[in-house]
Design a protein around this ligand. Structure first.
Ligand code: SF4
Ligand code: SF4
Length: 471
């Protein structure tokens, strides 16, 4: 037997205990330092099992049962391959992100889409006719995959700029899910400017599970980062809209920061805490901005490649709010920003808001066969990060067969950025980071974008929280 390559550990110095986690089995244990020493002696080949005491045998059984001890490195690798294949082929959930439009009514500082120049004149918007065809595609996919759960997320651009399409598809999804006994969860990711109680009330019968709204710092900072085209601030109106809908549906706050805005987030958290809707927020989570174009020196948040650097290419199309929202939630290589990420997460926790732990939670949608993003023209994509790149469309709702789509699909089916990650213990939950960021920043989707320092610092916080809960 030997320790699994997926073990991570954090010493809990104040109590002479060790927090152990196995990222493949997701087992978490708080053990005495003796038990951790047993793992080390096993690794060094110094432990003779036949001479073990009853206590040691009991500890070994516990470690083995939870995946901390394995037969060999080959067994670990095989278990990883099986796990990745199972996640990829999972049919329990059909997950669709639908872009009602690529138009946006904001002119965000960090986004070159939206209400800049004449972008909105040419940006795609889904027609009702395409929406009807998408609804038929929903039914077909539900019959084909037979999931227990259908998760439908409306996104953009700004999804609320195309309400007729959103209402039609939410209603048709409800009907299709009900007819098949499938649980429907509908979500909206919006900038919040057009969010009203009327929109929420209309969506509630269609399985509305939650609305996620973006705030990029305190009032002044948000207004600088996310203005209207004329430079007018949007903070006050968004906050009033949140207040108006907070009692009606689950509301989460997301946000993006860079070096120029990070320091304003504690003030935003103070502000949110003081609001009458503060205790109704189901999640508050902030992440660094993924820049996609050559940047001025200040505020750059480059990604950290594992290996050589490659060509850069614009992400295009999708709202920058979303890119990196899964495995790539903490996207930077600069240690200053790693510190900022940790600081903001700790501040969010200190304010008592539910938030992500910062330890990656599992493979993101790009790796899942039954997770798709649908663009305004009915094109299918592997995830929202690729929606503006037609050449990387993986199919179409009308099943048209284009050789370039088939070749893109093949590329996504063979994704393997984690193969560059050696023996990293985070592979089962990170799988090489955000593939959209790899493609846009490094020009190669099989080159990992690594945030390990951020994961490691988040793991320390998770260990202390788990240890206190275990007391
Ligand atoms: S990208 Fe980094 S943290 Fe993620 S699996 Fe690879 S080496 Fe580990
Ligand atoms: S590849 Fe990146 S943008 Fe796409 S789902 Fe994964 S984390 Fe999100």
């Amino acid at each position: 037997m030997q320790p699994s390559m997926f073990n991570v550990r954090v010493p809990l110095d104040a109590r002479d205990d060790i927090f152990l986690m196995n990222t493949l089995t997701d087992a978490q244990l708080v053990v005495s330092s003796d038990v951790a020493a047993l793992l080390d002696r096993t690794a060094a080949g110094e432990f003779i099992e036949s001479a073990a005491s009853d206590d040691q045998r009991e500890a070994l059984d516990l470690l083995r049962d939870n995946g901390f001890l394995v037969e060999s490195r080959a067994a670990d690798r095989l278990a990883l391959d099986r796990y990745l294949a199972a996640v990829k082929g999972d049919t329990s959930e059909l997950n669709i992100t639908l872009l009602t439009t690529l138009q946006c009514n904001f002119a965000c500082d960090y986004c070159f889409q939206g209400d800049h120049g004449d972008y909105n004149l040419h940006a795609d918007k889904m027609s009702m006719e395409t929406a009807e065809r998408v609804a038929v595609w929903f039914e077909r996919e539900l019959d084909r995959v037979r999931p227990e759960k259908f998760v439908l997320t409306f996104f953009g651009g700004e999804p609320l700029l195309n309400l007729p399409v959103m209402y039609l598809l939410a209603e048709r999804a409800r009907r299709a899910a009900d007819a098949r006994g499938v649980a429907l969860y509908t979500n909206i990711i919006t900038n919040g400017l057009l969010l009203t109680p009327q929109v929420v009330d209309r969506m509630l019968p269609f399985g509305l599970n939650g609305v996620k709204i973006t705030l990029d710092g305190d009032k002044d900072t948000h207004n600088r980062m996310r203005p209207l085209r004329g430079g007018q601030g949007t903070f006050d109106r968004i906050v009033e809209n949140i207040r108006a809908v907070a009692g009606r549906c689950r509301v989460a706050i997301g946000g993006n920061f860079d070096l120029s805005s990070a320091a304003s987030f504690p003030a935003l958290l103070d502000f949110l805490k003081a609001q009458d809707f503060g205790d109704k927020l189901v999640k508050v989570n902030f992440k660094p901005i993924v820049r996609t174009e050559p940047l001025p020196a200040k505020g750059i948040i480059p990604l950290m490649p594992v290996g050589a650097s490659g060509a850069k290419e614009s992400l295009k199309g999708t709202c920058m709010t979303s890119v990196g929202s899964g495995a790539g939630a903490a996207c930077d290589s600069c240690h200053t920003m790693e510190d900022q990420m940790t600081l903001i997460r700790e501040e969010t926790q200190r304010h008592g808001f539910p938030t992500n732990s910062g330890v990656p939670q599992g493979m993101c949608h790009v790796h899942k066969t039954h997770a798709h993003t649908i663009g305004p023209d009915g094109s299918l994509y592997a995830c929202p990060g690729f929606t503006g790149q037609a050449a990387l469309s993986t199919g179409h709702i009308d099943d048209r067969r284009d050789s370039w789509r088939e070749s893109a699909l093949e590329k996504f089916e063979r994704l393997h950025p984690w193969k560059e990650c050696g023996d990293c213990a985070f592979i089962p939950t990170c799988a090489g980071g955000c593939v959209a960021a790899s493609q846009s920043q490094l020009g190669d989707m099989n080159m990992p974008t690594c945030h390990k320092p951020s994961f490691e610092s988040a793991l320390i916080a998770l260990a202390h929280t788990a240890a206190s809960a275990a007391n």
